[in-house]
Design a protein around this ligand. Structure first.
Ligand code: DGL
Length: 265
């Protein structure tokens, strides 16, 4: 392994592509290997043991591909599996929840925050721990939005059904006069337009992608791990065939020649 080795990144499905896009914009010289666990999506309502089992299998697959670093581009896996992953693996692992610390640190005026995520992420309280460790004066209102991931995986994020669900899930949070809404699931930036059209425009929406990309860049710089020459290759693996994944990834990343490989883990 050296600085030119690829960065591994995974999620249960297409959600992690929102993080990958930010990484590719911020660090265009890096090579990336993406894994979408399309055979097992969604992770959000599976047991902790199962999420850990799948996450470990994917990480071992990425380690075998000789990645220099793994980014857990899934909030559910970041909240349930990160401790085990860090103990079992000998390469650096970065999750998508901790980098939120820096956003909270630099926004001292915040006192009412809304968080949405999967059932697992919300009930783990992982975001609450990170946020309150920086500022314990903040009041956090959170709610699980379990139907968002299936809606997004089906490509229905702009359909009427998405508006109905956004309204249903977000109304209680809006009533609390939150200042910002954290999209605590890497799939949710894909439904952001529908959310923006539904909630008052004074609520600022933030997601895991940009904070994580900043954090990764800083980490690679500090540890002298940045790639120097452009190879700019991306290989995407999925654990089961998914037409929507391929079409979405090509359009979203603007890579019409993207290679998609199916591999069972
Ligand atoms: N994108 C994921 C997350 O950030 C996974 C959602 C799911 O599979 O339920 O939580």
């Amino acid at each position: 392994m050296n600085n030119q080795s690829p960065i591994g990144i995974f999620d249960s499905g297409i959600g992690g592509l929102t993080v990958l896009k930010s990484l590719m914009q911020k660090m265009p010289k890096e090579t990336y290997i993406y894994f979408g666990d399309t055979a097992h999506v969604p992770y959000g309502n599976k047991s902790k043991e199962v999420v850990i089992k799948y996450s470990l299998k994917i990480c071992n697959f990425l380690v075998a591909k000789k990645v220099k670093l793994i980014i857990v581009a899934c909030n559910t896996s970041s909240s349930l599996a990160i401790t085990i992953l860090k103990t079992k693996l000998s390469i650096p692992i970065i999750d998508v929840i901790n980098p939120m610390k820096f956003y909270i640190q630099s926004n001292k005026h915040l006192n009412k925050i809304g968080i949405i995520g999967t059932h697992n992420t919300i009930s783990s309280n992982a975001y609450n721990q990170v946020i309150l460790s920086v500022n314990d004066k903040i009041t956090i209102y959170s709610t699980a939005c379990p139907l968002f991931v299936p809606i997004i995986e089906e490509g229905l994020e702009n359909h009427e059904i998405a508006y109905i669900m956004v309204k249903k899930y977000l109304e209680p949070l809006i009533r609390q006069n939150i200042q910002i809404l954290i999209l605590g699931c890497t799939h949710y930036p894909i439904i952001k337009n529908t959310i923006m059209k539904t909630i008052p425009n004074n609520i600022y929406i933030i997601d895991s992608a940009e904070n994580t990309a900043n954090y990764v860049l800083n980490y690679l710089q500090k540890n002298d791990m940045l790639a120097e020459t452009i190879i700019k290759e991306l290989v995407c693996y999925v654990s089961d065939e998914s037409r929507h994944f391929e079409q979405f990834a090509k359009e979203y990343l603007q890579l019409p020649n993207l290679r998609l490989k199916t591999i069972q883990i």
